[in-house]
Design a protein around this ligand. Structure first.
Ligand SMILES: [Zn+2]
Length: 170
């Protein structure tokens, strides 16, 4: 199901919620619709963006964990070593500093790698393996913009969100 973008009272993106939760916020008068996605022929319209009338404690900014889905999205679903991507490429999570050397599950230490590169690198450092990263893995700057971008890429977002993230880089 598509997500609903939640905007705070001052117009800043805050987080996302399900349409069910959005309807609950609207029906209790805690939020108002900013953008509506019109349904296909005969289908009802759904809110794409709602704005809170006042701050709601449980809508803190999203926390981004360096999980598989987020890391792959950050790296554009391509191997950070050889660039392989697309159908038929088996993507894996590689620890830049290998786990056997104490490498952690962090944004900075996880990289998308194709199966072949991951096997080749094995339990070796970059120096030992002679392999080179095409870009340096980092934590996304803006959690909410990153999440919006991810939802849009998997069909759970709305085109109307774009205006709320103008000029924001992930
Ligand atoms: Zn590769």
């Amino acid at each position: 199901m598509k997500k609903v973008l939640v905007i705070d009272g001052s117009g800043e993106p805050l987080n996302f919620c399900s349409w069910k939760r959005a309807f609950a916020m609207l029906s209790t008068g805690r939020g108002k619709v900013l953008e509506l996605e019109s349904g296909e022929a005969g289908d009802p319209s759904f809110p794409a963006v709602i704005q809170l009338k006042r701050k709601v404690a449980d809508f803190a900014p999203p926390r981004l964990v360096p999980g598989r889905r987020n890391i792959f999205h950050r790296d554009g679903y391509a191997c950070l070593y050889c660039g392989a991507h697309g159908e038929g490429v088996h993507l894996t999570l590689d620890h830049v500093v290998p786990r056997c050397d104490g490498g952690k599950n962090t944004w900075e230490n996880l990289a998308t790698a194709c199966f072949a590169c991951n096997q080749k690198k094995g339990c070796r450092s970059l120096e030992e393996s002679g392999m080179v990263l095409k870009s340096i893995p980092v934590r996304p700057l803006q959690a909410i913009a990153f999440r919006a971008d991810l939802y849009i890429s998997v069909g759970q977002g709305h085109a109307s969100w774009a205006k709320f993230f103008a000029g924001v880089s992930t």
